[in-house]
Design a binder for this molecule. Structure first.
Ligand SMILES: Cc1ncc(C[n+]2csc(CCOP(=O)(O)OP(=O)(O)O)c2C)c(N)n1
Ligand SMILES: [Mg+2]
Length: 377
């Protein structure tokens, strides 16, 4: 904006402080606030339960924990339209079943995966979407608008850009949220894809979960600027920073980017500042305890997103002190926290998924060659 009008004396009216624009969160009801807290518990308990099942010897494979990062998932998903797209990766497992959770977790028609499908996937059972061809986050569902995750960091951002380009060309108005760690912002494909989205003003919202570590590499060896969001300047798009421990701050930033994208103005990057609670995966826990100083870990875990959310609900008078203290999952590791520290409906929902996965069969050995390209046939 030009500053050449600086000589014009401000009128009394224009000298007044402009009214602050209402934050998106202000449109949320008391029920929304309570639902958001419940979804934080759901995401946390998913993690806790899987770790416990593994310790009992009932689950194999590596777990990539989203502990301490749940506010990013819940805050970003909560305000989406059911027909919007998401592209989660390894740190975002709860996103698969939290998408469109507002339409009823047990509603088969909602635009998110059921806990049964997600648990069958984690256990590598025949009822998983890919019939156990691969495990963990390597799933997707086109009908539910969940882009299939791959192992290539940032590799799904160009796919996401293509998906919403196709949607726009056919008259749609959906947006896509892609989830990435700060480490993946150092990938060439991250820049190519966001540049493409910026040039074509595509509704691609890139969430960067800056948890300070990419496996054993600290953020300062991945990004030369203080804030990862500064990368947005190079593409001429908004680069927002959210407090990744505060579900409502994430909600506000994502909803403003969604409004911008739906208005046809193009993509945004939202850096959510957080901290990885455990090792990269559970295979890395002992090693991570050596490469990350204890005081850094304690500080990074000191603002549990469940506690931050509860404090706000208390301030608003939406819960009482007694209710806030009823389920005390916050600040505790999976091995320390009993089921009683979670609301019973949260435990019941996850248990349906775990029971289903445990009963589901492993695929027959003869299936091994199915859907595999073989040049000799
Ligand atoms: C292109 C590519 N390089 C390396 C890897 C191996 N790898 C998987 S996750 C990971 C660390 C990712 O760190 P970050 O992006 O910060 O996400 P976080 O795990 O912290 O959530 C690495 C190096 C990979 N999957 N893809
Ligand atoms: Mg990281």
């Amino acid at each position: 904006m030009s500053s050449s009008s600086a000589t014009v004396a401000p009128t009394k009216k224009s000298a007044q402080k402009p009214a602050e624009a209402a934050l998106p969160r202000e449109a949320l009801s008391k029920e929304d606030h309570l639902e958001i807290l419940k979804q934080l518990y759901l995401a946390r308990y998913f993690d806790v339960r899987l770790i416990k099942e593994k310790k009992k010897g009932k689950l194999k494979g590596t777990l990539y924990s989203s502990h301490n990062q749940e506010a990013i998932l819940v805050g970003s998903l909560y305000g989406l339209d059911p027909t919007d797209w998401i592209s989660p990766i390894h740190r975002d497992m709860p996103a698969f079943f939290l998408k469109d959770a507002r339409n009823g977790l047990r509603n088969p028609d909602r635009m998110g995966m059921s806990i049964q499908e997600v648990c069958a996937q984690v256990w590598g059972k025949v009822d998983s979407p890919g019939r156990a061809r691969d495990n963990w986050s390597h799933i997707g569902n086109r009908a539910k608008r969940i882009i299939h995750s791959t192992s290539m960091l940032a590799g799904t951002i160009p796919v996401a850009a293509g998906v919403v380009l196709a949607d726009r060309l056919s008259g749609g108005n959906s947006v896509v949220l892609t989830y990435n760690g700060e480490g993946s912002t150092a990938q060439g494909v991250f820049h190519e894809a966001i540049n493409f989205a910026a040039v074509h003003k595509l509704p691609v919202i890139t969430i960067v979960e800056n948890n300070q570590w990419a496996y054993g590499t600290p953020v300062e060896l991945e990004c030369p600027t203080e804030d990862v969001a500064d990368r947005a300047k190079g593409y001429g798009i908004p680069g927002l920073i959210a407090d990744g421990q505060d579900v409502f701050d994430v909600y506000d930033k994502v909803m403003s980017a969604v409004a911008y994208a739906r208005a046809g103005k193009g993509p945004s990057i939202i850096e959510c500042k957080t901290f990885r609670a455990y090792g990269h995966g559970d295979h890395d826990d002992d090693r991570a305890a050596k490469y990350r100083p204890t005081d850094e870990v304690e500080k990074g875990r000191s603002r549990d997103p469940i506690a931050v959310c509860k404090r706000l609900l208390l301030e608003k008078g939406y819960i009482t002190e007694k209710e806030a203290n009823e389920y005390m999952a916050e600040g505790k590791n999976a091995t320390q926290v009993p089921n009683e520290d979670f609301p019973p409906d949260v435990v019941a929902y996850l248990s349906e998924g775990v029971d289903f996965a445990l009963k589901s069969a492993v695929p027959a050995a003869e299936e091994g060659g199915m859907w595999v390209f073989r040049g000799d046939r």
